[in-house]
Design a protein around this ligand. Structure first.
Ligand code: ADP
Ligand code: ASP
Ligand code: MG
Length: 415
């Protein structure tokens, strides 16, 4: 008998009708002889709605007290876990709901961004051995002081992998509203096609560069704990027509492309500091201030200015942190010593990802030529061993994705 974790995202449990369908999938896995644990997200839209209520109640205070944020937004998952357990019981599959603190899923105390510390498996294993299906609230746990914590948006993916590792599941199946991981977001590029397999490493890059089909941390955790991870559709049945995408070791993939996937992230803002003194320590002051303010700086370029003694610095931060960034920079103008400060949040980061880049030259050239051919100006470039990212005007997001998809030979063959 094998042990399976099945995770269902918000759209998959978006209504009682959808939950009934999901209950059928769970029962089918049980009837196939597997022990099953289920992780659920809040019903589609609920987390956004709850987060908006928290904002309103805090008087639009930009620094919302995160303990109460967690207490409120975690409730969405409690509703869907209870309802799905009821749907399962109604079709004769014994089930019960479990919240994070009942298991208990221990986490750090960092509200809004908690990380798992320890998950005891014995109660869950006992329930499963009795033939019961535990339906577990995703996205949350309990901190050292007993308060509910949440993991960051999209966190149920990570909850599923963590539970799979804790109960030593044979696989972790992430059911969602697409039938696998695609070469790029299928909602934007119609010619995107589903990948049969993708390596942990590539999936990790794609997730962290914006492909929200899996939360980055879930991929990291699957890689560390060697959990076989599959992404598949909750809108189809089980079996051959719904093989999904397997996230696995690189050596399990026979044919690799130079570029496996293309991602985009709109949550970016560009900051330019002009007329900085070109002397040792300038970068250290700027990025020291950013680090002290807990701001995540991503792409950085320093370039020469017209004057021999001055330089310009450009970097990106998450759009949500632009306000804070500008206030830190203006508040420390004298300390940094710059002439001008400007920023732009109408930018998008587009990235191409592939382990094949390690052994192929010319990947960057293809990207730059393709974008130039469409008149798309590149503002900032960043590379690593298996990815190239460019920052461009947000207006060109779709054009850039489609152009690069074609340029790297990823377009699906015509039907
Ligand atoms: P869930 O609610 O099930 O967690 P998400 O909305 O978080 O679902 O993730 C699924 C969505 O991710 C898809 O609807 C799709 O638009 C988007 N997505 C972005 N990039 C990709 C990709 N490369 N492959 C598949 N889906 C992608
Ligand atoms: N409900 C949470 C969110 O919307 C967690 C999740 O769906 O994974 O972010
Ligand atoms: Mg998700």
């Amino acid at each position: 008998m094998s042990r399976v974790v099945m995770k269902f995202g918000g759209t998959s449990v978006g209504s009682i009708e959808r939950m009934r369908h999901v209950a059928g999938l769970v029962r089918a896995e049980r009837q196939a002889g597997h022990e099953v644990a289920v992780l659920v997200s809040a019903m589609a839209g609920d987390t956004d709605r709850l987060a908006a209520l928290v904002k309103e109640a805090s008087g639009r205070n930009p620094n919302v007290p995160l303990r109460e944020y967690d207490a409120v937004v975690s409730s969405g998952e409690q509703i869907s876990a209870g309802l799905l357990a009821l749907c399962l019981s109604a079709i004769g599959a014994p089930a019960r709901s479990w919240t994070g603190w009942q298991i208990p899923i221990h986490t750090t105390g960092v509200h809004g961004k908690a990380r798992f510390t320890d998950i005891p498996a014995s109660d869950l294993l006992g329930a499963m051995a009795k033939g019961e299906v535990p339906v577990i609230t995703g996205f949350q746990g309990v901190g050292p002081d007993g308060a509910v914590t949440t993991l960051g948006r999209g966190g149920t993916d990570t909850s599923a992998v963590a539970i799979a590792a804790a109960i030593k599941a044979d696989r972790c199946d992430i059911y969602t509203d697409v039938d696998g991981v695609y070469t790029t977001d299928p909602r934007i590029v119609q010619k995107a096609h589903k990948l049969e397999k993708i390596s942990y490493e590539e999936m990790l890059e794609m997730a962290s560069l914006g492909a929200k089909v899996l939360q980055t941390r879930s991929v990291e955790m699957a890689m560390i704990h060697r959990v076989p991870l599959r992404v598949l559709s909750s809108f189809k049945g089980l079996g051959a027509g719904n093989g999904g995408t397997l996230v696995c070791d690189e050596d399990e993939i026979v044919e690799t492309q130079v570029v496996s996937g293309i991602t985009y992230s709109r949550d970016e803002a560009r900051v330019n500091l002009l007329q900085l003194e070109d002397q040792p320590g300038v970068a250290s002051v700027i990025f020291g201030l950013m680090a002290d303010a807990n701001i995540n700086v991503d792409m950085i370029v320093q370039n020469v200015s017209r004057s021999a003694t001055q330089t310009n610095m450009t970097f990106t931060v998450p759009e949500s942190e632009l306000k804070k960034t500008l206030s830190v920079l203006t508040g420390n103008k004298a300390k940094i010593g710059y002439g001008d400060l400007s920023s732009d949040s109408n930018v998008v980061k587009v990235s191409v990802v592939g382990v094949g880049m390690r052994s192929h030259a010319g990947t960057a050239k293809t990207m730059f030529q393709a974008l130039a051919g469409k008149g798309i100006n590149i503002q900032v470039i960043a590379t690593s061993e298996i990815k190239i990212s460019v920052l461009i005007d947000e207006e060109y997001t779709e054009l850039a994705l489609r152009t690069l998809h074609t340029a790297y030979g990823l377009d699906a063959p015509p039907e």
